[in-house]
Structures are given as C-alpha cells and as structure tokens.
Design a protein around this ligand. Structure first.
Ligand code: GCU
Length: 332
C-alpha cells in the first residue's frame, strides 16, 4: 500500500518536471514560451505596473503557455539599445518613449512635435482614433510591432542653479535631452545648448554640473530623484511624448494568430490600466517634489506662447512632409 503511494508520488513528480501530462500535452508547469520584457523605469512606476499587469493577463489567458518576465530599472540596458536588441529578437517586449522610437521610425517625430496637442484629452483623442491606429502600424518594417499606447504626460524643464521663468532664461543653458536630433533642435531653437544622453546618466550629470538642467514629466523627475539636485521645475510643457508598448517582430512571427490576438487585447487592457495609474502618479509626484523643497514655476500663458513660437522652425525641419497629418491632429 505504502509502496504504491510512493510510486504514484514519484510519477507525479516526473510528470510535473517534464511538463507533460499522461496524454503528452503540455501542462501549466512548462510554458511553451518564456519571453523577456525590458523596462527602464523603476519598480512601482506606472509603466512597470502596466508591464506586470500585461504579463499576468497573458499568462492567465494562455493558461500558462506564455510566460513574460519583466525586467525593470534598465537592467537589460538603456532604451535605444533595448530597441536594437529587439530588432533581432534578443529581447521580446518593451515599452519605449516615442522619442527613442523616432530614431528608428522617423514618422514618429510627428506625434511628439513641441506644443502639438492642446492638452492630454486632445492627445488621447488622436491616439485612440484612426490616426493613432495608423501610427501603430507605422512601426511595421522596423523589426518592432507596436501593440498599444502608454501615457507619459507632458515634459517640462527643470534646472539646478537658475530657474526658467522666461524664454530668455533658457539662453546658454546646457539642457539634457533624449538622444534625438529633433529634441536637440528644439533646445537650440529655444536658445539653449542640447546635451543628449541616456536617461540613466542624467542623475550624475546633474550632480556633477555637466548639465544645468533637463526635461521630463513629473513622475520621472520624482522617481529618478533628479529633484535632489534640480530645485526648479518650470511647467512649460513643451512636449507630450506618448509611449509605445512593443513586441519584437521576430517574436511576433513565432506566435499563432490566436496568441497574437490575446497579446494585443492584453496590451490594450494594460495600457488602460497604466493610463489610470499615470493620472494618479502625476499628482503624487508633484506633491512629493514640492514637499522636498522643489519650487514649481507656472509660467503665464503669454510666456508659453513665446516658447511655442520659438519652436516652430522644428516643424518644417523635421516634419515638412507630414503637414497634412499635423493639420488633422491639430484639428482633432
Ligand atoms: C521618460 C520615459 C523613458 C525615457 C525617459 C528619458 O521617463 O518614460 O522611457 O527613457 O523619459 O527622458 O529618457
């Protein structure tokens, strides 16, 4: 009797180790696919929570056949190198800023032009509509397949020694931007000196005085603790840069049509969740940096208009062939 029970237990252990049941079918213990998902934000950040929600939805809806391991904190590399690795399937998923993607798909510059959207609701009308769908498809051919839009709010300047209150204050300031020709041109158009570098290098560049300031949204400014050195945050909101959740096309091509459908649906669901978290985090982050002694400067509308005017040459320099789409976006 005891011997039989032992045999059964041993057989069960073997079955779960091999990942097959008696019929030779895969069980939940041995996923058919184990994928990697790279994130450059810290644990707990809305985009990382979105990634985790995505991974668990996919796992649940494929009955454990697809497992997605999320690597936050840029542990798989900085954003542009992640995109390069994805182009040949070295990494399966990521969420990337459109600024980084624009270096691979030039047309994406359109959606991150300075002062393109009136506000967040305007941007989401565009991205949730036909234009947004067309721009998801614009990634095709780049080695990456775009799944869903994530929120990253509006970007503004923050500086260490001298606050930016007027356009003239930007003159001669060395300001970090993402590694993008258009973002560098925007800084130059405002009278500053562009310092392109990866996200992960900004903290020490601020501390050592290599740069006078940088630009980002409130949650990134807070999460990276840039506010420890940069004590002035000017809410000039020069850009609204949406983000893309992406899968390597190499990985996409391995999936059945049914699995692709599941992946897309889960991506959209995770994006809706991220958007909710984003709204909340924006408020909390602003509060946190203020409580840590950061001065938040809100510039008057007429000053904002001067910033808008100053960046207009960037439209012609980088997006002249898309003026019709730009008009359509502005009118949305
Ligand atoms: C945002 C964005 C990151 C990006 C960063 C940057 O924080 O979410 O993906 O890398 O901006 O300024 O580089």
């Amino acid at each position: 009797m005891r011997l039989n029970a032992c045999r059964i237990l041993a057989a069960c252990a073997l079955i779960s180790l091999s990942g097959c049941n008696a019929g030779g079918q895969k069980t939940a213990y041995a996923p058919e696919f184990v994928f990697t998902y790279a994130e450059n934000q810290a644990e707990g950040f809305p985009t990382v929570q979105g990634a985790r929600r995505f991974a668990s939805l996919v796992n649940e809806r494929t009955d454990g056949r697809i497992e997605i391991l999320v690597y936050p904190d840029a542990s798989l590399g900085e954003e542009q190198s992640i995109i390069e690795q994805m182009q040949f399937g070295g990494i399966d998923f990521t969420r990337a800023s459109l600024t980084s993607m624009s270096e691979f798909v030039q047309k994406y510059n359109v959606l991150q032009l300075p002062y393109l959207y009136k506000d967040s609701a305007h941007m989401w009308r565009v991205l949730d509509g036909e234009i947004g769908r067309d721009f998801l498809a614009a990634a095709d051919g780049s080695g990456l397949t775009a799944l869903a839009w994530y929120d990253a709010g509006a970007r503004s300047f923050y500086t260490c020694e001298k606050p930016i209150r007027t356009l003239e204050d930007v003159a001669g300031m060395r300001l970090r931007v993402q590694e993008s020709a258009m973002m560098s041109a925007m800084i130059e158009a405002l009278g500053g000196i562009a310092a392109p570098m990866p996200y992960e290098d900004v903290y020490s560049a601020l501390q050592t005085g290599v740069i006078d300031g940088a630009e980002n949204n409130f949650p990134s400014f807070e999460s990276t603790r840039h506010y420890e050195t940069a004590k002035y945050f000017t809410v000039n909101e020069h850009t609204r840069v949406p983000e893309l959740q992406l899968i390597s096309t190499f990985t996409w091509n391995k999936l059945s049509p049914g699995d692709r459908e599941i992946i897309r649906a889960c991506a959209e669901e995770s994006a809706r969740y991220e958007r909710e978290l984003w709204r909340e985090r924006e408020k909390v982050s602003e509060e946190t940096v203020r409580n840590n002694g950061c001065e938040i400067i809100r510039i008057p509308e007429r000053e904002r208009e001067r910033f808008m005017e100053a960046v207009l040459p960037v439209y012609m320099e980088f997006c002249s062939e898309y003026m019709d789409i730009i008009d359509e976006i502005k009118g949305a």
